[in-house]
Design a protein around this ligand. Structure first.
Ligand code: FES
Length: 67
Protein backbone atom coordinates (compact mmCIF):
# COMPACT_ATOMS: atom_id res chain seq x y z
CA UNK A 1 0.00 0.00 0.00
CA UNK A 2 1.40 3.37 -0.98
CA UNK A 3 1.24 6.30 1.44
CA UNK A 4 2.00 9.99 1.33
CA UNK A 5 3.36 11.26 4.64
CA UNK A 6 3.38 14.99 5.38
CA UNK A 7 6.26 16.42 7.42
CA UNK A 8 6.08 20.09 8.42
CA UNK A 9 9.14 20.21 10.67
CA UNK A 10 12.37 21.32 9.00
CA UNK A 11 14.88 20.63 11.73
CA UNK A 12 15.87 17.70 13.96
CA UNK A 13 14.58 16.83 17.40
CA UNK A 14 17.39 17.06 19.92
CA UNK A 15 17.21 14.37 22.60
CA UNK A 16 19.56 13.98 25.56
CA UNK A 17 20.34 10.40 26.57
CA UNK A 18 22.67 10.47 29.54
CA UNK A 19 25.67 12.53 28.45
CA UNK A 20 24.89 12.01 24.78
CA UNK A 21 22.92 14.44 22.58
CA UNK A 22 21.06 12.75 19.70
CA UNK A 23 19.66 14.55 16.68
CA UNK A 24 16.60 12.69 15.39
CA UNK A 25 15.20 13.44 11.94
CA UNK A 26 12.06 15.57 12.03
CA UNK A 27 11.89 16.40 8.32
CA UNK A 28 11.52 12.83 7.04
CA UNK A 29 14.29 13.16 4.42
CA UNK A 30 17.29 11.65 6.23
CA UNK A 31 18.96 8.65 4.61
CA UNK A 32 20.12 7.61 8.08
CA UNK A 33 16.81 7.50 10.01
CA UNK A 34 16.11 7.83 12.82
CA UNK A 35 19.10 10.16 12.90
CA UNK A 36 19.43 13.52 11.18
CA UNK A 37 21.97 13.56 8.33
CA UNK A 38 21.62 17.25 7.48
CA UNK A 39 19.29 16.74 4.51
CA UNK A 40 16.73 19.00 6.19
CA UNK A 41 18.77 21.94 4.88
CA UNK A 42 16.95 21.40 1.56
CA UNK A 43 13.72 22.46 3.28
CA UNK A 44 14.77 25.78 4.81
CA UNK A 45 13.26 27.87 2.01
CA UNK A 46 9.91 26.05 1.79
CA UNK A 47 7.96 28.79 3.59
CA UNK A 48 4.25 27.98 3.49
CA UNK A 49 4.47 26.11 0.17
CA UNK A 50 3.94 22.34 -0.11
CA UNK A 51 6.58 20.15 -1.81
CA UNK A 52 7.09 16.51 -2.67
CA UNK A 53 10.66 15.13 -2.64
CA UNK A 54 11.78 12.16 -4.70
CA UNK A 55 14.42 9.63 -3.60
CA UNK A 56 17.15 11.72 -5.25
CA UNK A 57 16.17 14.76 -3.19
CA UNK A 58 14.61 16.66 -6.08
CA UNK A 59 11.46 18.50 -5.16
CA UNK A 60 8.30 19.59 -6.89
CA UNK A 61 5.84 22.15 -5.55
CA UNK A 62 2.30 20.81 -5.28
CA UNK A 63 -0.96 22.63 -4.65
CA UNK A 64 -2.77 20.20 -2.38
CA UNK A 65 -3.30 16.54 -1.54
CA UNK A 66 -7.05 16.95 -1.30
CA UNK A 67 -8.37 18.04 -4.69
S1 FES B 1 15.86 16.70 10.39
FE1 FES B 1 15.69 15.33 8.76
S2 FES B 1 17.70 15.25 7.98
FE2 FES B 1 17.84 16.61 9.61
Amino acid sequence: MARIVLHERNRPYVVKVGDQELHLCGCGLSENKPYCDGTHMKTVDEGSKLYMYDKSGNRVEIESFYK
